[in-house]
Write a protein that binds this ligand. Structure first.
Ligand SMILES: *[C@@H]1O[C@H](CO)[C@@H](O)[C@H](O)[C@H]1NC(C)=O
Ligand SMILES: *[C@@H]1O[C@H](CO)[C@@H](O)[C@H](O)[C@H]1NC(C)=O
Ligand SMILES: *[C@@H]1O[C@H](CO)[C@@H](O)[C@H](O)[C@H]1NC(C)=O
Ligand SMILES: *[C@@H]1O[C@H](CO)[C@@H](O)[C@H](O)[C@H]1NC(C)=O
Ligand SMILES: *[C@@H]1O[C@H](CO)[C@@H](O)[C@H](O)[C@H]1NC(C)=O
Ligand SMILES: *[C@@H]1O[C@H](CO)[C@@H](O)[C@H](O)[C@H]1NC(C)=O
Ligand SMILES: *[C@@H]1O[C@H](CO)[C@@H](O)[C@H](O)[C@H]1NC(C)=O
Length: 797
């Protein structure tokens, strides 16, 4: 407000001061000693006049040797008066200007407190992730966490990314024998906080003595019982298998609390892709084919914090044999139901059923109720069905990670009662007659339904993963989702990509589009720690048919393999209960590039615009190297993170969610961003890296016009005609000549004449470099208004 009184030059000057200043950290323990760094521009003019800083009203002593004229001030926070917590502004007084500037954020003096650690015991080999709980644990700069063992202080290795106000995580180091930690100490800028009274104990390491059984079907999920000692000091024991070349994913073992740390139940992991499953020999006997190559032997190992001995078990039988997955026949070949016969044993036929499963491993559900398994052979499963009054009940079989729907069991039709009509008065009688007619019609229809006895059915099709038909599909878990995928390689690639729906809490709606919506969301890791902000895109109706789902998942697997600073990462995908997929993307604090450059509140300098262009070119170079054609590159489809780094987005799965007026449509089906498309894409539907380069040229034009719609005044369907006449977009007002030359090259009619992304990157890099050297920082330009400043800046390009 007050700066209105100053001349234009200072106006700009202050603007940059506001925008560029960064202070870290924004809190200190009440004892002080915290080193606070202030980065910015125009922070003083000479070594002799270091600006003075006050934090919440308390002086901050400058560290003279760390002062960088104009750019950086470092100072040491003094003790808060009375060692009491306080909040207040960060004031920076710059000599010569005679004014105090308040930073936009507050500074807090706090009194950190430790409350508890979890867990309270861990193995003497270390490796335990110790969560320290308390309050204001993110005060100042956390130096280290140390464990007091009486005779020595042992550091606990800090996970800096975990430092939060209420908890911080560190990993214990090993000790030579079981010991008690008498206190946990946390140092903040040299100030200590302690948690006394033996908060943690190092116990004996766990020992594995026996694993039973030692067979599993290839899809995994069979419960293995592991016996041994001292398992109770491990919060989350995990199991894996390895064959000398490859390690499987780990599975989580469950403690059996009543067995006081001597028994674990661990589901077998899915076999790594290189493992060959054993099948019975041709005579169908239970003898399994020997493992062809002993190098292929699959060994079981455990991850129990830092205990090395359980990772490689040498003294006990720990070789797991993988056999083929069981297969089941459908009850009837046409999906009709099988009639329930009172008290009989219900027989389900199949193959390989008991190779790696015994009765307790197999769960059969009829209408959601248990059908107790009474017998299990290689080809037959017998169970005792639960009782129902009437109706068609779905029969499902669950063995480890495998789930089968074998058909429906018919318990008869609903009873119809006429007796109650007699006592009713006339109008109701009339209504009832209508009712009876309706019921009768329904009854007739139902009784027409074919009910086939399953013994008579010649159903020979086996229900493996590939032939599973899923009438009422319900995707509740990651396993359910994977069960829908036929291709084994794809399945393996997807495992790490799938995340659990429960970990995502949807927040506010960010945008809507053709196929779904984008929401802000919170994602929590498996322990409900480290909640992080993400964006989630939903796809209504996309999961509707399996054909598409397969394609969708394949693309998801490919996209998660992309790792580049300037390509928006796909964090994972998950499924709604109705089977519709959702994709999880990083949250981009500054929204899309187009909105950013259009917004008059942001005043990107010419250098920044070029930097955005360079970021995008680097991302596109990476996609091109990975043989991925974007097809819809435009400013609206690039995102800016909290540090204003541009990332290429909206390709592949993430494409086409925002509806915009930029999509011109001749017919309702085809909505195309014609003003960004290369002529060959419009004419012949050809998309290549070179057509992406054309779109990139249009994006550069958008940058230098601050987000104008291209070809203003030209209708979408006249664009091709316009281009055929040899005409191109005009040079934007403040666009340097050779950047416009680059755009024109991108718009060469012949695709081969357009530059590739690698040469675009090189060219813009040079421009940016020359520019930084000549132009200096925008904050130093002390003339003209914003537009002027921008103009002057561009001139030196
Ligand atoms: C200030 O700049 C230095 C060096 O460029 C950097 O290491 C530090 O993280 C920056 N601090 C803040 C608060 O931005
Ligand atoms: C400082 O501000 C925080 C919230 O910003 C508040 O919880 C705390 O009570 C304040 N402390 C003091 C001493 O005013
Ligand atoms: C800075 O903020 C403090 C308290 O928030 C206020 O007392 C002071 O007047 C402010 N200074 C300026 C220059 O705005
Ligand atoms: C932890 O930090 C304090 C001071 O900040 C230091 O005295 C101590 O030696 C450090 N301990 C370890 C184990 O690094
Ligand atoms: C496990 O131990 C055996 C025998 O000591 C050794 O040959 C093998 O390399 C070890 N494997 C791993 C992964 O440490
Ligand atoms: C199945 O077994 C459980 C426990 O063994 C028993 O309570 C239940 O009644 C049995 N169900 C049937 C249908 O036999
Ligand atoms: C495996 O064991 C756990 C714990 O005892 C149990 O909850 C789970 O149902 C078992 N799973 C199977 C497939 O038997």
């Amino acid at each position: 407000m007050w700066h209105m009184y100053w001349c234009c030059g200072y106006k700009i000057w202050l603007c940059f001061l506001w925008r560029d200043v960064q202070v870290s950290p924004l809190s200190a323990p009440v004892e002080g000693h915290t080193k606070v760094t202030i980065n910015g521009t125009n922070l003083g003019t000479s070594d002799a006049s270091i600006p003075t800083v006050r934090l919440a009203g308390v002086a901050c002593r400058p560290v003279v040797e760390e002062y960088v004229v104009s750019k950086r001030i470092m100072c040491t926070a003094a003790e808060a008066p009375g060692r009491l917590g306080r909040n207040g502004s960060i004031e920076i007084q710059i000599q010569g200007l005679g004014r105090v500037y308040n930073y936009s954020k507050q500074f807090r003096y706090v009194d950190p407190k430790l409350e508890a650690v979890f867990p309270v015991k861990g193995p003497m080999s270390g490796g335990t992730r110790l969560t320290v709980r308390g309050k204001d644990l993110n005060a100042g700069n956390l130096d280290n966490i140390s464990l007091n063992l009486g005779e020595e202080m042992l550091p606990c290795v800090l996970d800096r990314s975990s430092i939060g106000s209420h908890s911080t995580i560190c990993t214990t180091l090993g000790v030579s024998r079981p010991k008690v930690v008498t206190s946990v100490r946390v140092f903040f800028d040299g100030n200590v906080r302690m948690l006394d009274q033996d908060p943690f104990t190092y116990t004996e390491d766990p020992v594995v003595e026996k694993i039973m059984p030692l067979t599993s079907f290839i899809s995994g999920g069979r419960n293995l019982t592991v016996t041994g000692k001292n398992f109770d000091s491990i919060q989350q024991p995990k199991m894996f298998v390895w064959n000398g070349k490859e390690k499987s994913q780990t599975t989580n073992c469950l403690h059996q609390p009543e067995m006081s740390g001597t028994v674990l139940t661990c589901p077998s992991p899915r076999a790594p892709s290189g493992i060959i499953a054993s099948v019975p020999d041709t005579l169908g006997s239970l003898r399994l084919r020997r493992q062809l190559d002993t190098n292929d032997a699959v060994e079981i190992g455990f991850i129990m914090d830092g205990v090395v001995a359980v990772q490689n078990l040498t003294n006990i039988a720990s070789t797991l044999q993988y056999v083929v997955d069981p297969l089941f026949q459908k009850l009837t070949s046409d999906g009709s139901s099988v009639k329930y016969q009172n008290n009989i044993n219900f027989v389900i036929r199949g193959k390989y059923i008991n190779l790696a499963a015994s009765k307790p491993d197999v769960i059969v559900l009829i209408g959601g109720q248990n059908c107790n398994v009474t017998a299990l052979t290689q080809s037959v499963l017998i169970c005792t069905p639960p009782y129902f009054d009437y109706g068609d009940k779905l029969v499902t079989i669950h063995i480890g990670n495998l789930h089968y729907q074998v058909g429906y069991l018919n318990y008869g039709d609903p009873p119809v009662s006429y007796g109650w009509i007699a006592g009713l008065i006339v109008p109701v009688v009339i209504l009832s007659v209508i009712g009876i007619i309706t019921i009768a019609v329904v009854y007739k229809r139902r009784s027409k339904r074919t009910t086939t006895n399953h013994n008579g059915a010649n159903a020979t099709e086996y229900l493996g993963l590939s032939s599973q038909t899923t009438p009422p599909r319900a995707v509740h878990t990651i396993e359910d989702a994977l069960a829908l995928v036929k291709d084994g390689d794809l399945k393996a690639a997807l495992k790490p990509v799938l995340v659990c729906r429960e970990r995502i809490k949807l927040g506010k709606l960010l945008g809507t589009g053709h196929f779904g919506c984008v929401f802000e969301a919170i994602y929590e890791d498996s322990d409900h720690y480290n909640p992080s902000k993400v964006a989630v895109k939903t796809f209504q109706g996309k999961g509707a048919d399996i054909q598409h789902l397969d394609e969708f998942l394949r693309e998801a697997a490919l996209m998660t393999s992309f790792r580049h600073d300037h390509v928006l990462a796909l964090l994972g995908i998950c499924f709604e209960v109705d089977g519709n997929p959702m994709i999880v993307l990083p949250y981009m604090a500054n929204g899309d590039l187009k909105s950013y450059i259009e917004n008059s509140k942001n005043a990107p300098t010419g250098l920044q615009l070029l930097q955005f262009g360079l970021d995008v070119a680097r991302g596109m170079e990476y996609l091109a190297e990975n043989k991925f054609v974007h097809r819809d590159l435009a400013a609206r489809n690039c995102m800016l993170d909290d540090q204003l780094r541009a990332k290429v987005a909206d390709f592949g799965l993430t494409r086409d969610v925002y509806t915009t007026e930029y999509y011109s449509s001749r017919d309702k089906q085809a909505k195309l961003p014609v003003k960004w498309m290369a002529p060959e894409s419009m004419e012949r539907n050809v998309y290549t890296f070179r057509s992406d380069v054309w779109s990139y040229g249009v994006l550069l034009w958008e940058l230098f016009t601050r987000g104008k719609v291209p070809y203003p005044g030209v209708d979408g369907w006249d664009v091709l005609q316009f281009l055929k006449l040899g005409r191109r977009l005009d040079q934007p007002d403040y666009c340097p000549q050779h950047v416009y030359q680059l755009m024109l090259k991108c718009w060469s009619w012949e695709p081969e004449e357009r530059p590739d992304f690698t040469s675009i990157v090189t060219l813009i890099e040079e421009t940016v470099r020359d520019n930084t050297e000549v132009g200096g920082e925008p904050g130093h330009t002390e003339r003209g208004g914003r537009e002027d400043n921008y103009h002057a800046y561009i001139e030196v390009v």
